[in-house]
Design a binder for this molecule. Structure first.
Ligand SMILES: Cc1cc2nc3c(=O)[nH]c(=O)nc-3n(C[C@H](O)[C@H](O)[C@H](O)COP(=O)(O)OP(=O)(O)OC[C@H]3O[C@@H](n4cnc5c(N)ncnc54)[C@H](O)[C@@H]3O)c2cc1C
Length: 376
């Protein structure tokens, strides 16, 4: 099988310490390195990474079966060396096979094919794009959308610097990044749907969706983020931002799944038809005139649930930060659910845009690949 290879040697860093910190960090993410012949070897998604510390330099070699997986291995090495050594990006240059990629492999330019309203505050946009198979997985249903500024007719897209690092357009051509759920996808037919909440105080995501028209182009990258694994008993809960994820997770569950679905929306007119297993009861909560993200409606409803002491149960919640925080604390400390039995993600934060939310200190809001898993 063809192997592609690139190597880098980063000089003038505290190589032993950087390597130790990297290995410890990767272990936390279930990437375990094996030591052999004075080097550390990691297997990562069809990619072999070798790391070796020599006095003040750290050498990394990445080998992989395809240019795109080689690129992802290189970026894993790049971002971790940079994070733990605090070196400049230019200090990490690569030698090896000549592979020219136009964009990062996780990036696509996607074109609006159709726009429809599936509720007064929920707009579905169907996008068309080639080569969507990496996005078609029920395990990773989230993506980042890269949204051009209003009125920009010919957007510019991220390019790759010589060392592989994505370079984003700046100024009027800058792209705002927002996180969304791929509601439906058919890679063979080349389309996917995103359901956008049209919310008050619209930011780049909601604002873009409000004016979306067939033919417009945006960028997309991903996928990322965990979802809910199928279990015998499930609780799925969230507000309208989580409705696309809840609908998609529900559709993929075995027909004999038992449990509950709790969704907060503004009013009955925001309710949509869900295709859930028969044994999962669906409850809609209406916040009426209250401002989204300011009530305890959803947290109260979740916390009044009787979570069975079943060894096959899972609770998934996507909601505003304060709700997510309160629910997660309850699940952990009152119900006693372990990390493998629940996933609570802050999908947005009242009074903060997504960029500000992601910049919150780790202790206040530990930022994962997607949204934030609310601290307890
Ligand atoms: C993993 C993940 C998946 C997501 N999937 C979806 C999805 O499929 N569909 C979807 O619509 N959203 C989804 N979201 C939520 C979405 O990313 C946020 O709502 C995001 O803030 C929207 O960006 P924006 O540019 O519209 O607003 P921002 O610029 O981020 O924020 C502007 C202002 O609007 C407020 N705001 C943000 N969201 C809301 C809201 N829902 N209601 C009221 N005020 C709000 C903010 O507090 C801020 O004051 C998801 C989030 C995560 C983390």
């Amino acid at each position: 099988m063809t192997q592609f290879q690139k190597s880098t040697t980063v000089h003038d860093i505290d190589a032993e310490n950087v390597l130790a910190s990297m290995l410890a960090h990767l272990r936390e993410h279930d990437l375990h390195a094996l030591q052999k012949d004075n080097a550390w070897h990691i297997d990562y998604a069809n990619t072999q990474i070798t790391l070796q510390a020599r006095e003040n330099s750290l050498q990394a070699t990445v080998q992989s079966v395809s240019p795109s997986s080689l690129y992802e291995g290189r970026m894993l090495v790049f971002y971790h060396i940079q994070e733990f050594s605090q070196c400049e990006a230019q200090a990490i240059q690569w030698d090896g096979d000549k592979i020219e990629l136009q964009y990062p492999p996780s990036f696509r330019v996607v074109t609006v094919a159709a726009v429809s309203n599936i509720g007064p505050h929920l707009r579905r946009v169907r996008f068309r794009a080639d080569n969507l198979s990496r996005f078609e997985s029920n395990d990773n249903i989230h993506c980042k959308l890269l949204l051009p500024q209003t009125g920009v007719e010919n957007p510019e897209w991220p390019t790759l610097a010589a060392n592989g690092v994505p370079q984003f357009p700046a100024g009027d051509k800058r792209l705002d990044m927002r996180t969304y759920t791929i509601r439906r996808i058919n890679a063979a037919e080349g389309w996917f749907d995103i359901d956008f909440v049209l919310h008050a105080d619209a930011g780049p995501g909601s604002g873009w969706a409000g004016q979306a028209k067939p033919g417009q182009q945006i960028g997309m990258s991903g996928t990322g983020g965990r979802t809910a694994p199928a279990r015998r008993w499930m609780l799925l809960a969230g507000d309208e931002t989580a409705l696309p994820a809840i609908a998609r997770i529900g559709e993929s569950l075995p027909a004999d799944t038992m449990g509950r679905v709790i969704i907060e929306v503004q009013s009955a007119s925001d309710q949509i038809t869900l295709d859930m297993p028969k044994g999962m009861t669906v409850q809609w909560l209406h916040r009426g005139n209250a401002v989204a993200g300011t009530t305890t409606l959803l947290a109260d409803a979740v916390q009044s649930c009787n979570i069975p002491a079943d060894d096959s149960r899972f609770v998934w919640v996507g909601a505003e930060f304060a709700t997510a925080q309160s629910v997660r604390a309850w699940l952990r400390h009152t119900v006693g659910l372990g990390n493998k039995e629940q996933l609570v993600v802050a999908y947005w934060r009242h009074g903060m845009n997504e960029t500000q939310m992601k910049k919150m200190p780790a202790k206040l809001a530990s930022s994962k690949t997607e949204g934030q898993e609310a601290g307890s």
